[in-house]
Ligand binder design. Structure first.
Ligand code: C2E
Ligand code: MG
Ligand code: MG
Length: 269
């Protein structure tokens, strides 16, 4: 209950910040996208994990104003980097199911915010979890997802493989990217079942015209197995941890290659 009370103050008192984690094009090592990850710096408890406070924010409805703040701040940051570095990087933002319930998201507001920034909706990906598709008696969610797409934003299905992974979602909902959950990546080995699962998901996605991001790549072997399996993008500690904007900026320098052995501005500095 204390945390809930504190959450109410957190936005007003500027206790939130955003980290950005590179999503790497596995073929070139370039940063293609960055995922926005919310951080809460609690004045007494220190850093509180999103896994701890997002559920509270959802229960209490505060997630709606937090979600709007995340969207505005993430897109503002990426618009600024675009101006400074002339990059085409996309930004992805996690959306909670609770943001889509009731009257749903204010797409008009989101769109006009992007207009003000001069940022194309094409630069924005919203990440939703499978749970969202399961829980939310689909029509409304389908309309909301379609609204994102109508505006020109892209949609990624996060943590794929952990929920029910009903294949019918892939047909029914308009999705651009599948993100293979890190639990599959963690146990990858050349002859193991998880590699077979990843390969099958990649093949399936490609047949459906979707691109695949593998989450939680921590080792060179995992990277090599996924690249050989034709995975499009990867994200994980091997390439970079989630970084505060000031630590992300050195990576935006031209020619950064985050693959093992590649030219990373971070390693060089
Ligand atoms: P997610 O969207 O699946 O984000 C990926 C999580 O994996 C992040 O945890 C990230 O720090 C972590 N990660 C990245 N690379 C690696 C790796 O190589 N190994 C391991 N073990 N972990 C890695 P984080 O930042 O603690 O976020 C946890 C979850 O909280 C996110 O999972 C997302 O569901 C939620 N979340 C974060 N920010 C937001 C937000 O702005 N809005 C909403 N609604 N949810 C958010
Ligand atoms: Mg995510
Ligand atoms: Mg995930």
């Amino acid at each position: 209950m204390r945390l809930v009370n504190d959450l109410h103050l957190a936005l007003d008192q500027s206790q939130f910040s955003l980290d950005f984690q590179p999503i790497v094009d596995l073929a070139s090592g370039r940063i293609a996208k960055a995922e926005t990850l919310l951080r809460w710096h609690h004045p007494v408890r220190g850093l509180v994990s999103p896994n701890e406070f997002i559920p509270l924010a959802e229960e209490t409805g505060i997630i709606r104003s937090i979600g709007d703040w995340v969207f505005c701040e993430a897109t503002r940051q990426v618009a600024e980097w675009r101006r400074q570095y002339g990059l085409d990087m996309q930004v992805s933002v996690n959306i909670s199911p609770a943001q889509l319930r009731h009257e749903g998201l204010d797409h008009v507001f989101w769109r006009s915010h992007l207009n003000t920034l001069g940022l194309s909706p094409r630069q924005v990906i919203v990440e939703i979890t499978e749970g969202l598709l399961i829980d939310s008696g689909d029509e409304r969610v389908q309309r909301q997802l379609d609204a994102f797409r109508d505006v020109g934003m892209q949609v990624a299905l996060d943590d794929f493989g952990t929920g029910y992974s009903s294949l019918s979602y892939l047909r029914k909902f308009n999705i651009d990217f599948l993100k293979i959950d890190q639990s599959f990546v963690a146990n990858l080995s050349p002859d193991g079942p998880d590699l077979a699962l990843c390969e099958a998901v990649i093949l399936l996605a490609h047949k459906l015209g979707l691109r695949v991001v593998a989450e939680g790549i921590e080792s060179r072997e995992q990277y090599e197995l996924l690249a050989a399996a034709g995975c499009d993008y990867g994200q994980g500690y091997l390439f970079a941890r989630p970084l505060a904007p000031i630590d992300f900026e050195p990576l935006l320098a031209n020619g950064t290659d985050l693959r093992p052995g590649g030219r990373s501005a971070l390693a060089a500095s």
